[in-house]
Ligand binder design. Structure first.
Ligand code: ADP
Ligand code: MG
Length: 242
């Protein structure tokens, strides 16, 4: 008899809600969210603008605090963590890729990637150049962000996130500002990162992108309305059009 290996949960949300008070009104960005993501999964979170996608990533990455519920990431309960523990968590457990890149403008491509390496401490600084070569930017290592195109900046952001080698990679509309060719290159890199000890969550409003996921979680008005593989199973990236 073969022993089934139980996958390790990397992200768990139990009854998570996030509400904002805006004047007299309460806005519910997330409501009663229960979710488990295991190592190896490449998950796309799909939903229209305002459905709570960014809020979901932010609470998983401890950039925002839920109003209710419990969140466990990389085995650590971040809902009850101290500031010091969260500081460490943000450096060594999660990595973010933002729609608007968020590179350090005063640092070169190489220094931006070295920053990620320094934060997590899992790689040698000397690996930064190799990480940039892997995203096709071997000839741009000494460029500052303003000297790079949008697609190139996003590839630096991807290299910086991958360079941390952290277990949970969170990407918020990472192809939103990119042309099709650059966007699919970035998706290829993100999908390759999901594997043993690593899970990847990509947030998008673009249903086409969700076709390549192992698993698609649909959000509507802050609630999960469906969760499962895309119809027909994950499609190869070469089949995407947008
Ligand atoms: P998405 O990323 O899917 O577009 P968001 O997570 O950014 O959605 O937002 C979900 C909902 O929460 C939206 O209705 C938005 O207006 C609201 N919201 C987000 N951030 C705030 C905030 N800081 N204050 C008040 N409302 C907010
Ligand atoms: Mg958003």
């Amino acid at each position: 008899m073969t022993q089934e290996q139980t996958p390790t949960p990397l992200v768990e949300l139990h009854g998570v809600a996030r509400r904002y008070q805006v004047g007299p009104a309460t806005v519910t960005a997330l409501d009663s969210v229960d979710l488990r993501i295991d190592e190896g999964e490449f998950v796309v979170v799909l939903g229209p603008s305002g459905s709570g996608k960014t809020t979901l990533l932010n609470v998983i990455g401890a950039l925002d605090t839920p109003s209710e519920g419990r969140i466990i990431v990389g085995g650590q309960d971040i809902s009850s963590a101290s500031r010091g523990q969260l500081f460490d968590f943000r450096r060594r457990t999660v990595s973010f890729i933002f729609q608007s890149f968020n590179l350090f403008p005063g640092l070169t491509a190489r220094e931006n990637v070295e920053f990620g390496i320094d934060a997590s401490g899992r790689r040698e600084r000397s690996e930064a150049v190799k990480m940039l070569q892997d995203v096709g930017l071997g000839d741009r290592i000494n460029h500052f962000p303003h000297q790079l195109s949008g697609g190139e900046q996003q590839r630096v952001a991807v290299a910086r996130a991958l360079a941390t080698d952290n277990p949970v990679l969170l990407a918020d509309e990472p192809t939103g500002e990119l042309d099709f060719r650059t966007g699919t290159q970035i998706l290829e890199l993100l999908r390759a990162e999901a594997g043993p000890g690593h899970a990847v969550l990509v947030v998008t409003h673009n249903r086409e992108i969700s076709r390549i996921a192992d698993r698609v979680i649909e959000l509507s008005s802050g609630r999960i309305v469906s969760d499962g593989p895309p119809p027909g199973g994950p499609a190869p990236i070469s089949e995407l059009h947008w």
